[in-house]
Design a protein around this ligand. Structure first.
Ligand code: ADE
Length: 230
């Protein structure tokens, strides 16, 4: 899979995506990620990419042309089209279900807005899927784009080292994960649940499933209701 991020802060994105699991996944060739600077597509002699809003108001608006040209440049060699996503608090809230669907695509481009927003005409022209990471407002689309990229990449084959973790997660689809423990067996007087030390795989799986159910019911009644309805 290929993910191209269109941003005014490519170094910020690159720094995060070069570390840890995603950094290793890139080096191993499980995913190709490129961060492009929208400013490189400015036709203004001072490299401006934003201007004041028509009709007045505070803040600056990102201009349509550099965004459009940056996106068009991705497919300049007659490559297959990208699925374009625009990170915005006005979008549909991201879910794990949507992440799984997006992870099946070959090519995704992610547009990060900044300042007070982007000229609506480039949205009308490119018709991106609009995605929000929650009902709160950040200063730009970079952190949301990084969250989206991370969540997609960990679903790609070969990215998670532990295949077991991945299959367990899909097995408990729609539920929160059960509690996990590691050594020592007793810490500050708190013991690891006995069943986990028993070596009895069937009992362990049963316990983990029950814990998942209970946790989801206690912490996320909305998820639990959805799970029991299905
Ligand atoms: N840009 C600013 N806030 C955002 C959010 N909550 N989700 C996606 N993009 C954003």
């Amino acid at each position: 899979m290929k993910i191209d991020i269109l941003t005014l802060f490519p170094e910020m994105c690159e720094a995060v995506l070069s570390e840890s699991i995603i950094g290793r996944a890139r080096s191993a060739g499980h995913v190709e990620i490129n961060c492009h600077n929208i400013r490189d597509y400015s036709t203004d002699k001072h490299n401006h990419v934003d201007d004041m809003p028509y009709g007045g108001g505070t803040g600056m608006i990102m201009q349509a042309q550099p965004i459009y040209d940056a996106f068009m440049d991705l497919t300049k060699n007659g490559e297959e089209p990208y699925h374009l996503i625009y990170m915005t608090p006005q979008g549909k809230t991201l879910t794990q279900e949507r992440v799984k669907e997006l992870a099946k695509l070959d090519k995704i481009a992610i547009l990060c807005g900044h300042y007070e927003g982007v000229d609506e005409r480039v949205i009308d022209e490119l018709e991106p899927e609009e995605i929000s990471i929650g009902d709160y407002v950040l200063t730009g689309g970079e952190l949301p784009a990084l969250a989206l990229t991370d969540s997609i990449c960990r679903m790609l084959p070969g990215v998670l080292r532990n295949d077991e973790a991945f299959s367990k997660e899909s097995h408990f689809d729609g539920l929160l994960e059960y509690p996990q423990y590691t050594r020592p067996p007793v810490w500050k007087g708190r013991e690891v649940p006995e069943v986990l030390l028993s070596g009895h795989h069937e009992n362990i799986s049963k316990w983990q499933y029950e814990q998942s159910l209970e946790r989801t019911k206690n912490k996320r009644q909305d998820m639990y209701d959805k799970f029991v309805q299905n």
